[in-house]
Design a protein around this ligand. Structure first.
Ligand SMILES: [Zn+2]
Length: 619
């Protein structure tokens, strides 16, 4: 392990122990230690950090910001703007323990494409048309009649000098490309935090049909397709998320349909982008004139729902404050015991009762943590609060004024195994699905009540559980042993997902999971496993993504095996040796949550490795 990793791990052990033994209530500790309700990131709990944030880049780039050492001027070109995005991602990720995202990066970058274009156009007039500087300023001022609304497509530019226009467009495209490349390099190299981690970055884009926005989307996708470094490896960050929107990019004839096609090409080869559904019914009440309210997500799946404290569907400046996860199979075993011991008649009813109590306790655990986070000084996250990264912050009122717009997430693990315990089947059957809906309805109802009662954004969360799926299973086996179809594997199934080993088509998987995504409000993801041959059949991929969006899936991803030969860079699906050069050093990239993780055989825990190997292809 690296030096940074060792330092991080040592402090993790201590802060976790401290949180568990001295900070949290007996109720919270009991639930955590008995595999009932898991408290995520205990080490961050100890220091009072919050989880994640969607960054208001529009404001930060336009106004500039302060850091401990200096202040940074507003961005004056597309190149600077993209470098600042990487810097801001980096700085903010040190103020919290989870991910950072940009919610509509294409729209955000429009003014900076224009600034770069105007600069290049001026140079064109000066060096190609030999116009002197005073006259250039006069001409530019004439063309930019309205500094906010001009477009690089306006006919005046070309009419005044077609040479300068052509020159400026070419240079702006080139600058955009290099700026995006620069951002990709920064986000894959600038390590921060203990353990020398890269910040978990996600960028949402795809709906801007202005020529400037389209240029940005195209370059983001081109760079994603190109890959990184000498071998053109698939980049792990940022997690790209294409915002699919009816009438904008969904069908032939819509303005950004060509970019959707390019996105599909990138997905087939690089696994990114994933797809966010702007028309998702769960994001009702958004403002079609304000891209900051379009449905966007953190790569992992955490998303901002309707804010009960006045910001509505605004995504910028909001994030998840903290999550807990209810380990449902443990509760199902307790329900069974209750019936066996004669304290209840019906296992399902007994389970619902226990679950109800645990949802209430989960709420109390989140409130406990929320109060602790709110009691921190704004100086502990100076960059965040001083620069207004969290929406709604009023210094005189303390940081609660900002934190109250964030989400308190009640997560869940192992719906499939829970159903096996309760009714001997999972939600791939009608019986299983009917019980699944009862369970999710209870989550949804209680969360809605808490939201009103406490005026805080509680949300139903379909937890990623990248480590928990394994550690919770280990604990479960210690208590209950190996039960067929429940604990005969090394991992619990994620949230409400269909178990990875079920044989079915992608459409069947979408049909099942789409019946449950509507109950969630704090984030969920659906993925399907496809073979690498899909890159030769983009039409099939398009059909699948369209199907998922039509079925009202909010966030959709496609898993395609991505093996890269570290000898020659050949990228496809292969196991032992490179078919091109025979080299046996292979990087096997797989998806773990919504993000990709480097070589899964070293980066994933044992349970997740086993899960990865059990995944069956849906097409
Ligand atoms: Zn090779």
């Amino acid at each position: 392990m690296s030096f940074g990793g060792r330092v991080g791990e040592a402090s993790d052990v201590l802060t976790k122990k401290y949180a568990l033994e001295y900070q949290i209530s007996d109720m919270a500790r009991y639930n955590h230690e008995h595999n009932m309700i898991y408290i995520h990131d205990l080490s961050a709990y100890a220091v009072g950090m919050h989880n994640c944030l969607s960054i208001p880049f529009d404001d930060l780039l336009a106004k500039g910001f302060n850091t401990r050492q200096t202040d940074v001027r507003p961005a004056g070109s597309i190149n600077t703007a993209f470098q600042l995005v990487a810097v801001i991602f980096q700085l903010e990720s040190l103020q919290q323990f989870g991910g950072v995202s940009a919610t509509h990066l294409d729209w955000t970058m429009v003014p900076y494409v224009r600034k770069s274009f105007a600069k290049h156009y001026k140079d064109g007039l000066k060096y190609i048309n030999n116009i002197d500087e005073t006259n250039i300023d006069y001409a530019i001022a004439f063309m930019i009649k309205n500094a906010k609304d001009y477009s690089i497509d306006d006919s005046e530019w070309e009419a005044y000098s077609w040479q300068a226009y052509k020159y400026a467009i070419d240079l702006t495209v080139r600058e955009c490309h290099q700026a995006v490349e620069g951002m990709y390099h920064n986000l894959n190299t600038l390590q921060s935090r203990s353990g020398n981690q890269l910040p978990f970055t996600s960028i949402n884009y795809g709906t801007c049909s202005l020529p400037e926005g389209r240029m940005i989307i195209r370059e983001l996708l081109e760079v994603s397709l190109e890959g990184l470094g000498k071998l053109h490896k698939t980049s792990i960050f940022p997690c790209g998320i294409f915002q699919y929107m009816k009438g904008v990019n969904d069908k032939p004839g819509t303005p950004n349909y060509d970019l959707y096609q390019l996105a599909l090409k990138s997905t087939a080869k690089r696994l990114y982008p994933n797809y966010a559904n702007v028309d998702w019914t769960g994001n009702a009440g958004y403002d079609i004139n304000d891209p900051r309210t379009y449905f966007s997500t953190m790569g992992c799946r955490t998303a901002n729902g309707w804010d009960v404290n006045g910001l509505g569907q605004l995504k910028d400046g909001r994030g998840n404050i903290c999550p807990v996860t209810i380990i449902m199979p443990t509760l199902a075993m307790i329900a069974k015991e209750t019936v066996r011991n004669g304290f209840a008649n019906n296992t399902i009813d007994a389970f619902m009762q226990i679950l109800d109590q645990k949802i209430h306790e989960a709420k109390d655990m989140l409130l406990e943590r929320f109060e602790w986070i709110c009691s921190q000084s704004s100086d502990s996250a100076k960059f965040l609060y001083e620069n207004g990264l969290m929406a709604g912050y009023v210094p005189e009122e303390g940081i609660r004024s900002a934190l109250k717009h964030g989400t308190l997430a009640v997560g869940q693990l192992g719906l499939a195994e829970t159903l096996q315990i309760l009714v001997n089947t999972d939600h791939t059957t009608n019986l299983g699905m009917s019980v699944a809906k009862r369970i999710e309805q209870l989550f949804k109802d209680r969360i809605a009540e808490f939201k009103q009662q406490y005026q805080l954004n509680f949300g139903v969360y379909y937890t990623p559980a990248e480590n928990l799926c394994y550690t919770a299973m280990k604990k479960f086996k210690d208590t209950y042993g190996e039960i067929p179809k429940v604990s005969d594997r090394e991992y619990f199934t994620n949230s409400m997902h269909v178990p990875v080993w079920h044989e079915m088509t992608p459409f069947e998987k979408i049909d099942i999971e789409s019946q449950l995504t509507g109950y969630s409000s704090a984030g969920c993801i659906t993925y399907v496993e496809l073979s690498s041959t899909v890159s030769q059949n983009l039409e099939a991929l398009e059909t699948i993504v369209n199907y998922a969006m039509d079925k009202d899936i909010p966030y959709f991803a496609v898993n395609v095996p991505n093996d890269t030969c570290l000898g020659c860079g050949f990228c496809d699906e292969f196991n032992d040796a490179c078919p091109q050069c025979g080299c046996e050093e292979i990087q096997q990239l797989r998806r773990v949550t919504g993000y990709l993780t480097g070589n899964y055989k070293t980066a994933f825990n044992y349970g997740k490795q086993k899960e990865t190997e059990d995944r069956v292809k849906h097409l």
